[in-house]
Design a protein around this ligand. Structure first.
Ligand code: NAD
Length: 474
């Protein structure tokens, strides 16, 4: 059985961790590899390598750094099939779906690194008193990227572009549940030694990394609980963190949309990646005028999400990542049913191996139920019928989370009103729309730190002002 290695200063080596964890294929429950559980010693050595490599990496011109990152992105693109297969093995995502997201993430890595060419790393502003001020945006130094398992490759690539292109070096720690594809990403790495380093493990590697006094910024993506710990650690050190955490995204369906087409779009938003997306649609508010037709079409759409091993042709939904995740889904369904909800589709697990759970539609739900208040991270579509668009909007806004929100409407006034939902991104008539220029910061418990486009460079750099006064008159 393969035991994974870590990459420090360009050299692959064994971890000094004293424990190993199983990496399990969730479709078959087979152990496919072993990963180190994590060690402070590994983290110290990786951070030291990142600190040592940083001045030389920052000394390269912006164009050179961008060209190096872009060359790595090209190599990754050539291996998209292989990386998608590894993701399927470690966390169950259908191979075709994984490949699509990896290709998007490679394009995103290139685009976000290329933004560096337009970013104002150095500006001179006149002071009006005969003096000038040079504003320099300096890299922070060594930084950390800690990622979850739901999109293993895209989560790593999504964070790296601006950090590296701004002249920082990085230590990456992927999820202990899905390290295979990230290890392969690093085998393909062609940046200077130490520019990007890899450690492995669970909180035994993540916590010492977040708490390391030489790590100037932690870009963390994961659960609210772990994010709070990371935020507390960086706060103590007066270091930065960008926290991209969990969600309970609402969708509001207005009376004037086509119920069938909208139900198909909502099924996609609720079930794709087996509902394991931070911005999955987890609360559905539908106007009473089209509720019956919408629910009927949603039930029909749920039946088309073929469940199975993501290696097999035609499979649209793989398993949940592990038994713990499946137990959360079961608990939310049981709680909803006990409080009066009805299962309209799904709800029955297939026999046999694998952590499978079918696409499930619930009606008769309300905000007294866990399924409407806690993140499920599974293939559930709980539907609430509302008397008006206003009521839908109000109830959509009533969550402690604030990652994303989606509204389907044909009414321009309602489109404008959608912006009232407190969220980092509000999508109108297209879930996940918007290009690389968008800026956002999660609201509420969903995290902190603005990101996207230039905000990612603002986070990855520290502004320094050098004020040059007019010479004193002689
Ligand atoms: P998790 O918090 O359990 O783990 C995330 C990462 O943090 C892993 O690498 C883990 O090893 C590490 N970690 C755990 N404890 C730590 C600690 N004390 N200090 C430092 N690192 C620690 O989350 P998960 O179960 O892997 O991922 C699912 C969660 O991620 C969901 O809540 C989901 O909504 C969220 N998520 C958010 C976004 C976003 O962009 N907002 C994207 C994807 C996933």
């Amino acid at each position: 059985m393969k035991t994974l290695q870590i990459l420090i200063g360009g050299v692959w080596e064994d971890s000094r961790s004293d424990a190993l964890l199983d990496v399990v294929n969730p479709a078959t429950e087979e152990v496919v590899a072993r990963t180190p559980a994590g060690s402070e010693d590994d983290v110290d050595r990786a951070v030291a390598a990142a600190v040592r490599a940083q001045p030389a990496w920052a000394a390269l011109s912006v164009a050179e750094r961008v060209a190096r990152i872009s060359a790595w992105a090209d190599v990754i693109a050539e291996h998209a099939d292989e990386l998608a297969e590894l993701e399927c093995r470690e966390m169950g995502k259908p191979v075709g779906l994984g490949r699509t997201f990896i290709e998007g993430a490679v394009a995103g890595l290139k685009a976000s690194a290329a933004e560096a060419q337009a970013y104002g790393f150095e500006e001179t502003v006149a002071q009006g008193d005969g003096g000038t001020t040079r504003i320099l945006r300096r890299p922070l130094g060594a930084t950390a990227v800690i990622t979850p398992w739901n999109f293993p490759v895209p989560m790593v690539l999504g964070a790296l572009g601006p950090l590296l292109a701004a002249g920082n070096t990085v230590v990456v720690k992927p999820s202990e549940r899905s390290p295979l594809s990230t290890v392969r990403l690093f085998e393909l790495l062609n940046l200077p030694p130490g520019a990007a380093n890899l450690v492995l493990g669970d909180a035994r590697a993540g916590a010492p990394l977040a708490e390391h006094e030489q790590i100037q910024l932690v870009h963390f993506t994961g659960s609210v609980d772990s994010g709070r710990k990371v935020g507390a650690a960086t706060g103590r050190l007066l270091h930065r963190s960008v926290l991209e955490l969990g969600g309970k995204d609402p969708v509001v369906v207005d009376a004037d949309v086509d119920p069938k087409a909208t139900a198909a779009a909502v099924a996609f938003g609720a079930f794709i990646n087996t509902g394991q997306i931070c911005t999955s649609m987890e609360r559905i508010y539908v106007h009473q005028d089209i509720a019956d037709a919408f629910v009927e079409a949603l039930v029909e759409a749920a039946g088309t999400y073929a469940l199975g091993d993501g290696h097999d042709e035609g499979v649209m939904m793989g398993p949940l990542v592990d038994e713990g995740q499946r137990e959360t889904v079961r608990r939310h369904v049981a709680d909803a049913v006990a409080r009066g909800a009805t299962i309209r589709a799904g709800g029955v697990e297939p026999d046999g191996k694998g952590y499978f759970y079918p696409a499930t539609v619930l009606t008769g739900v309300d905000e007294s139920m866990l399924v409407m208040t806690e993140e499920t991270f599974g293939p559930l579509a709980p539907v609430v019928v509302v008397a008006s668009f206003e009521e839908g909007l109000e109830r959509a806004a009533g969550s402690r989370f604030g990652l994303g929100a989606t509204v389907y409407t044909d009414d321009p006034g309602h489109m404008d009103a959608s912006a009232r939902i407190p969220a980092g991104v509000v999508w109108v008539n297209q879930w996940q729309g918007g290009g690389p220029e968008r800026l956002y910061e999660p609201a509420g418990d969903s995290g902190m730190g603005a990101t996207g486009a230039s905000a990612a460079y603002d986070a990855a750099t520290r502004p320094v002002s050098v004020h040059i006064a007019a010479r004193p008159a002689s």
